[in-house]
Design a binder for this molecule. Sequence first.
Ligand SMILES: *[C@@H]1O[C@H](CO)[C@@H](O)[C@H](O)[C@H]1NC(C)=O
Ligand SMILES: *[C@@H]1O[C@H](CO)[C@@H](O)[C@H](O)[C@H]1NC(C)=O
Ligand SMILES: *[C@@H]1O[C@H](CO)[C@@H](O)[C@H](O)[C@H]1NC(C)=O
Ligand SMILES: *[C@@H]1O[C@H](CO)[C@@H](O)[C@H](O)[C@H]1NC(C)=O
Length: 497
Amino acid sequence: MNLVLLSASLQKKHYHELISSISPHLFIFTAVIFLWHLNPTTAATCHPDDEVGLLAFKSGITEDPSGILSSWKKGTYCCSWDGVSCPNGNRVAVLTVRIESNDAGSFLSGTISPSLAKLRHLEGIVFINLKNITGPFPQFLFRLPHLMYVYLENNRLSGPLRANIGTLSHLDTLTIKGNQFSGPIRSSISNLTRLNYLNLGGNLLTGTIPLGIANLKLMSNLNLDGNRLSGTIPDIFKSMTMLRILTLSRNGFSGKLPPSMASLAPVLAFLELGQNNLSGSIPSYLSRFKALDTLDLSKNRFSGAVPKSLPMLTKIANIDLSHNLLTDPFPVLNVKNDILTLDLSYNKFHMGTIPEWVTSATILSSLKLAKCGIKMSIDHWKTRQTDLYVSIDLSENEISGSPVRFLKEEGQLREFRVSGNKLRFDLRKLTFSKTLETLHLSRNLVFGKVPARVAGLKTLNLSQNHLCGKLPSMKFPASVFTGNDCLCGSPLGPCKV
Ligand SMILES: *[C@@H]1O[C@H](CO)[C@@H](O)[C@H](O)[C@H]1NC(C)=O
Ligand SMILES: *[C@@H]1O[C@H](CO)[C@@H](O)[C@H](O)[C@H]1NC(C)=O
Ligand SMILES: *[C@@H]1O[C@H](CO)[C@@H](O)[C@H](O)[C@H]1NC(C)=O
Ligand SMILES: *[C@@H]1O[C@H](CO)[C@@H](O)[C@H](O)[C@H]1NC(C)=O
């Protein structure tokens, strides 16, 4: 039961975010600040350059609705201002301005003052989730000789990355995700040889991945997700033996996976290449990825059969191969791990039945086998354990029978999508858990009346069935009821009396 709840709350993306957002720096400096507060020096003063620089930053902020900078007051000890820390004396080493809330009423507006260059001892700069800070890639970063980490995430910075970005050579972390930076990834980035975390995700970057990235041998997390990058994924991985997370999803990469990716086998845990235009077969070297937790190759043009050796991925917890051109047979996986989300939808599989290894997986929370050529009766699907699933998508198969028993047993289910099958049952008999939000039953053979209990769902689709009778009062549009035998009442036409 606990595992099921865990799997519900740790859906794939969240798990990944959790892993990648834990920054060692933030931990260390929180600890340092804590220690410093235990031993405050009386009548401390901070360096005048630091005070001037910080106050200039504050005056560049035009709106601070949640008052995150309200403790920054001229003449007070600047090392005690919120987000400012001076672990080595009276010089500011770390500046952290971070908004936790996603509520539009707390966004910071304005620009980043170049006077921050006065903070000569700055080692780390963290501006996260400020949302409405505009301006170019900050030039003052180049004037800070001790800078080791830069987090400029989810702001609204724009324009090209600087050609001399490679001169920030002390950096071990550079993340500028969630801005509007455009233009190419500068080739000088290959000079940032101390980098272990590079995140350029969620920007408007174009062009190809510079080959020089191969020099970044300490890299453990490389994320270029959600840009407009193109070309093939270059053969750059031979020396990246520490890479744990590789995320190149949502770009325009094409061609085959490069052979050097095989060198990532000992440590790579997350491989996310979804929503590109990659092709060729899934390389058999993938089965040597002993640490792999998440494999997302969805929405590409991968073809041929999945390697027979895939079951050797003993740590795998999330597999998404959906929307490719993969063919039978799919190997039997040995799924005995923590959490498993499985999506094999929209390929060229003819599975016939829901495979036995899927049914017997004991901690699978999201199962998506849409258009997998499944022809069984759902009454013959006896899951080993109930209360297992959070999300089910078996759309566009030839599944017959009645899901009434299944839905009655699954107390954690949020999503049940089975449109485009041959399910035949009386909708009045359908009961489901309070957790259910999405019920898609369109294009089946469902009959009977629409019961009032579906009114509480978030999304519903009952179109193209054999339902009849007066609709209970609900918020759904007419399109979710069209194509039935004799439904009537709002939002459809009035019932004949
Ligand atoms: C963002 O900043 C602009 C000015 O730079 C301001 O007009 C706008 O109201 C701000 N938006 C939010 C949501 O704070
Ligand atoms: C890397 O740095 C060296 C020395 O500063 C410089 O000569 C070289 O041009 C830089 N490489 C790139 C690709 O910018
Ligand atoms: C994807 O690649 C194919 C060739 O393999 C090409 O014809 C097609 O235009 C590409 N699609 C996109 C969206 O780039
Ligand atoms: C409901 O399903 C039908 C048939 O699959 C589809 O055409 C329609 O767009 C769907 N409506 C909604 C609101 O999802």
